[in-house]
Design a protein around this ligand. Structure first.
Ligand SMILES: NC(=O)c1ccc[n+]([C@@H]2O[C@H](COP(=O)([O-])OP(=O)(O)OC[C@H]3O[C@@H](n4cnc5c(N)ncnc54)[C@H](O)[C@@H]3O)[C@@H](O)[C@H]2O)c1
Length: 240
């Protein structure tokens, strides 16, 4: 029987309580990984995954997450830096606060998530880091200058990290989702959704599981061992 080779690998997913993060947690569990995820609700061992309360804006809190995960599940092989937010508005109306808060969560949060694990991965000579960027980070999106800037920055971070980390046996990749049905896109007015759908060649939004499978592929030490520094677009041909 073929497998993705994730059995018993310890993987941390940030923002794992709903949406793309929750779908990723569930899929990784089904693939046999030992999964931990950050949640803003509480610490618990829920449905076979370890939930740890943490805000990715807080570097010290994420350091503590790293300690707890390693204590309870063992050395971390994989990271899915998924936690993210939007605060959309047209550029002249975007406040400085709405810029800074996106940078704090979507960019600094990713840095806080990777940092505590990278040296251990280098020492062990294995690891796979997956960051969730966005179609907006590659092609831009009206009303999302702040969001797109953070998501493009994550691509730069990952491409550089991939060049540094290859010699240590560690890979770093990005998944760039198109429009996916989650709480994040629920806020889009129906009329706008219809307009966006008409632009997507497959004529529908994606599902959180579509992104989870892409993350699992990039985490896999079997399926993607020669893939690093890559941006995997999962967007129904919305941007190719
Ligand atoms: N839904 C889409 O269409 C879409 C498209 C492209 C990229 N993305 C990206 O995918 C990722 C997941 O988004 P989603 O659609 O599942 O959204 P979502 O709003 O359903 O989930 C976001 C998750 O991030 C967590 N989170 C937010 N701020 C946090 C913080 N400061 N600390 C810790 N956790 C925090 C939330 O608690 C939640 O679990 C995000 O990075 C998002 O930018 C989503």
């Amino acid at each position: 029987m073929l497998s993705l080779g994730l059995e018993d690998k310890v993987v941390l997913v940030t923002g794992g309580s709903r949406g793309i993060g929750a779908a990723t947690v569930n899929l990784l569990k089904d693939l046999g990984a030992k999964v931990a995820y950050t949640s803003r609700n509480g610490n618990d061992y829920q449905n076979g995954a370890l939930a740890i309360k943490a805000d990715v804006r807080d570097a010290a809190a994420v350091e503590e997450v790293a300690q707890k995960v390693e204590e309870k599940l063992g050395p971390v092989y994989g990271i899915v830096a998924n936690a993210g937010i939007t605060k959309d508005n047209f550029y002249p109306k975007l406040s400085l606060e709405d810029w800074d808060s996106l940078i704090d969560v979507n960019l600094k949060g990713v840095n806080h998530t990777i940092r505590p694990f990278i040296s251990g991965m280098y020492e062990r000579g294995e690891g796979s880091i997956v960051c969730i960027s966005s179609i907006s980070g590659e092609r831009g999106n009206a009303g999302q200058t702040n969001y797109a800037a953070t998501k493009a920055a994550v691509i730069g971070l990952v491409k550089s990290l991939a060049r540094e980390s290859s010699r240590y046996g560690v890979r770093a990749n990005v998944v760039a989702p198109g429009f996916i049905e989650t709480d994040m896109t629920k806020a889009i007015p129906e009329k706008v959704k219809d307009k966006i759908t008409a632009e997507i060649p497959v004529r529908r939004f994606g599902q959180p599981e579509d992104i989870a499978w892409a993350a699992a592929f990039l985490l896999s030490p079997v399926a993607s061992k020669y893939v690093t520094g890559e941006v995997l677009r999962v967007n129904g041909a919305h941007h190719t």
